[in-house]
Design a protein around this ligand. Structure first.
Ligand code: ZN
Length: 317
């Protein structure tokens, strides 16, 4: 089954969808792979040929398993695990949600509440991203060690997100943190920190003279209940994995690459880290195979192996 044009692909997508074939997953990957082609071109220009090759050849084999209700799960695939790969960024995002919700649900909301914190710095120009990210992450560590903050910090998920503004040609790195605070935090004047106090501490931790913009909000308890994955705190965190690089120039690619290479975008701390360890999940950023590992393979009605060829997806039985 080969696709020579997009239209041909689209038509087949509908046909395959009607057959109950693994279309959602394949379609998603095909779109992400288009982003990857652009990224690979940029990487070759900046002499990162090996990474370009890996990204270009990510997810050429995808084995999809089907559950009774038609749900698709990725059983195995040759994901490249490169930081700037759009396919792998999407997989990490899904893996983050799948492995974080059970942890948070298991910790529960009995003995703690949650706040959602966004910490920013001034936008930075070309050539300044790496040092700005360094400064931010150092600032985060410093903040966690400041006594008033440490007192309320029972656990956290910290994510780093960097966006690029094409108009101003500036980078906007920021930290999102979901923080578990003691029960009664909001009524306890002895430990409660208002937005201004946190901002002052963040300024001190960053060691800057300007007032950095921050945002802090209480997380609604309902966000931790039910099966919905539309939980705002997690919704925002997952953007840490989102890559929209298609319009990026090679220079921007290089800057992202240098600033984010070998850097952890997500870290866990305190009770969240401890609870996560009990679940024995693979490391999100290094070892994870990025497949949907929770489903028992016996539950699949069938699996189909697809190969992505120059001509499009082909089914390998
Ligand atoms: Zn990849």
């Amino acid at each position: 089954m080969y696709y020579n044009t997009r239209e041909e692909f689209r038509q087949d997508v509908f046909q395959l969808a009607a057959d109950g074939t693994s279309i959602k997953t394949l379609k998603k990957i095909a779109i992400k792979k288009r982003y990857n082609s652009q990224m690979a071109i940029n990487l070759r220009i900046i002499k990162e040929d090996k990474r370009a090759y890996l990204i270009d050849n990510c997810a050429t084999f995808v084995n999809v398993g089907f559950l009774q209700d038609g749900t698709e799960k990725v059983v195995s695939a040759n994901f490249c695990r490169q930081r700037l790969c759009s396919v792998c960024a999407w997989r990490r995002q899904l893996r983050f949600i799948a492995t974080t919700l059970p942890v948070l649900e298991s910790i529960g909301i009995q003995k703690q509440r949650y706040i959602f914190l966004t910490l920013t710095v001034r936008n930075c120009a070309m050539g300044e991203l790496k040092q700005t990210v360094d400064k931010m992450l150092k600032g985060w560590t410093a903040l966690c060690h400041m006594r008033p903050f440490k007192r309320i910090l029972k656990g956290y998920i910290r994510s780093l997100e960097v966006t690029f503004n094409n108009k101003t040609q500036e980078y906007h790195p920021h930290i999102h943190a979901l923080i578990a605070v003691p029960d009664g935090y909001f009524d306890n004047k002895g430990i409660y920190l208002n937005q201004f106090e946190i901002q002052q501490m963040w300024q001190f931790a960053l060691n800057v003279t300007y007032d950095p913009i921050i945002d802090v909000r209480a997380v609604d308890e309902n966000e931790f209940k039910g099966e919905t994955d539309n939980k705002p705190a997690l919704e925002v965190m997952k953007y840490a994995f989102k890559l929209n690089n298609i319009e990026f120039s090679p220079v921007v690619t290089q800057e992202f690459h240098r600033a984010l290479m070998a850097r952890r975008l997500i870290t866990f701390g305190g009770i969240i880290k401890k609870k996560r360890a009990e679940f024995n999940y693979p490391d999100l950023e290094t070892e994870d195979t990025l497949v949907d590992g929770e489903t028992d393979t016996n539950q699949f009605t069938h699996t189909i192996l697809h190969e992505f060829t120059a001509a499009g997806w082909q089914i390998r039985l």
